[in-house]
Ligand binder design. Structure first.
Ligand SMILES: *Cc1c(COP(=O)(O)O)cnc(C)c1O
Length: 362
């Protein structure tokens, strides 16, 4: 009962992604997509991953605790430097302006030049700005080790042409920058882009993947991914209701005939997203639909005479996976993982011994 996180699945996904041709630069931001920083990083480090990406310094410190000799890259623009120097973090260059303004802190720091090909988040927006950054690093004797980008349209199913233009931009800028500088690490593809195996990204040294490590695809189903996340609950009450009766708060649901309704002790307060109700749950392999809404601590399903109090109910498992819900169109993969609360009992499978990261986001 509760949530089970399968660390062997994460191990296996890492191997299968690398079988596509490039080592993994593991994205473990947001508490490793809310699967638990310690168990996930420990597992990946044990499996040979030596490059991790996070967004904040706080996350980087956590990664360092479990991955002593890995490279840990902080993606958000950094303005406080004590921990960067103390823990030997890699840092992404947010812009030329940022670089110049932070110059006094940068000696000995491993820097990654980020190219902004369309996300408008961080990085050099033009080739000229990228050139300025490279020249500044060279003139100042800074340690520019990495070149990277992040494709905002790799997951979009309606923007292939635009995505391709952005890949082209990265390839073109990379080629011209590589004539002037030797980069030890070049990383661009997120999970979805990994599948495209675009020849224009063949100069990359790593794939910088998150969601594939955890077993889910935001684009088409990928049958070789192994889901890492399972969530079971149980039936705590069963009611036979009359035609015309409502279920839960409000009048959102009205029974059309006599119906049998089961109550589940789980809701959005546990991080079960309302989007989940668009697909059924399973009891003993049989599908039962949600009715009414998902409420804070409870939800309701329409059942038959087979269902009894105490029956185990699969919310996320073999029959319905995170990405199945994603494909219905109401929530994305990472959102469902991040929504889930550590209030729910958790269990880790897969042999890594660690402290369960309890109550991190309640
Ligand atoms: C989150 C993130 C990724 C990973 O994306 P996935 O789609 O989960 O593989 C890669 N790069 C950056 C900069 C990110 O913020």
């Amino acid at each position: 009962m509760g949530v089970t996180i399968d660390l062997n699945a994460i191990r296996e996904n890492k191997r299968r992604i690398e079988a596509l041709g490039r080592p993994v630069f593991a994205v473990v931001k947001n508490n490793a997509y809310n699967l638990g920083m310690e168990p996930v990083v420990t597992t990946l480090y044990d499996e040979g991953v030596r490059h991790f990406m996070v967004t904040t310094i706080e996350e980087a410190i956590e990664v360092r605790t479990h991955a002593a000799s890995a490279r840990v890259l902080v993606m958000n623009p950094v303005y406080t430097w004590q921990h960067v120097h103390a823990h030997d973090f890699d840092v992404a260059i947010g812009s030329y302006e940022w670089l110049v303004s932070q110059r006094e802190h940068l000696d000995g720091v491993r820097l990654h030049l980020k190219l902004d090909v369309g996300m408008n988040r961080f990085g050099a927006k033009t080739f000229e700005e990228a050139l300025q950054i490279v020249a500044f690093c060279q003139n100042e004797g800074l340690d520019l080790v990495g070149l990277c980008t992040h494709f905002p349209l790799a997951d979009a199913d309606n923007a292939e042409v635009e995505h391709s233009v952005q890949v082209e931009r990265f390839a073109d800028w990379s080629r011209r920058l590589m004539e002037r500088h030797t980069f030890e690490l070049i990383h661009a593809a997120n999970s979805a882009a990994t599948l495209q195996d675009d020849a224009r990204l063949h100069h990359c040294t790593h794939v910088r993947v998150g969601i594939f490590l955890y077993g889910y695809s935001s684009v088409e189903p990928v049958e070789w991914l192994v889901p890492a996340f399972y969530w079971e609950t149980e039936v705590v009450a069963v009611h036979d209701i009359e035609a015309g009766a409502h279920v839960g708060y409000g009048t959102g649901y009205t029974a059309e005939t006599k119906e049998r309704i089961a109550v589940l002790p789980v809701g959005y307060g546990d991080g079960l997203m309302r989007a989940r109700r668009h697909l059924p749950v399973h009891i003993e392999g049989k599908a039962y639909p949600f009715v009414s809404n998902i409420f804070m601590s409870h939800s309701f399903i329409k059942v038959d005479d087979d269902v009894q109090i105490g029956d185990r109910v699969t919310l996320y498992g073999v029959e319905t996976k995170i990405d199945d819900v994603t494909r219905v169109g109401y929530a994305n993969n990472s959102e469902q993982l991040c929504a889930r609360s550590w209030r729910v009992p958790h269990r880790f499978e897969g042999g890594i011994v660690c402290t369960p990261p309890i109550n991190q986001n309640v």
